[in-house]
Design a protein around this ligand. Structure first.
Ligand SMILES: [Zn+2]
Length: 134
């Protein structure tokens, strides 16, 4: 859910100091340790991509979080919105797969019915006696 992660990173970015984006990585002052107290420009907190989602890592205190846990720690209302949206996004996919499966099995069933009808007709053509019985 990369697009969802990107959306929520931009939503929480307003709360993060020295927030900036470079390519696919985001950099800002770590909210866990507060980053360097001497140098207010130092920013060692990062969001980076890993296996299709974003992970937080601080190179100062070493804290590592998934985006979901980062939101939980820093903005509980954003966290619940994120959970709800991920749930919706996941719920859409299985329904599509289910419909595709039903269509697939219906097609197979329909094909078999056609084959069965053709076979029955052939059987009656080759066997005139069988036709009389019916
Ligand atoms: Zn830190």
């Amino acid at each position: 859910m990369l697009y969802l992660d990107t959306k929520y990173i931009s939503l929480i970015s307003g709360k993060l100091q020295k927030f900036k984006k470079s390519n696919t990585t985001y950099n800002f002052r770590c909210p866990y340790c507060g980053d360097s107290q001497k140098n207010k420009n130092r920013a060692r907190g990062y969001f980076f991509q890993k296996k299709g989602s974003y992970i937080f890592k601080c190179h100062n205190c070493g804290v590592g979080r998934t985006l979901a846990n980062f939101l939980k720690d820093n903005d509980s209302s954003l966290f619940s919105e994120y959970l709800l949206e991920s749930y919706k996004a996941f719920a859409v996919t299985p329904r599509k797969i289910r419909t595709a499966n039903i269509i697939f099995f219906m097609t197979i069933l329909f094909n078999w019915l056609i084959i069965l009808t053709i076979l029955t007709h052939l059987f009656h053509i080759c066997n005139p006696r069988a036709k009389k019985k019916i």
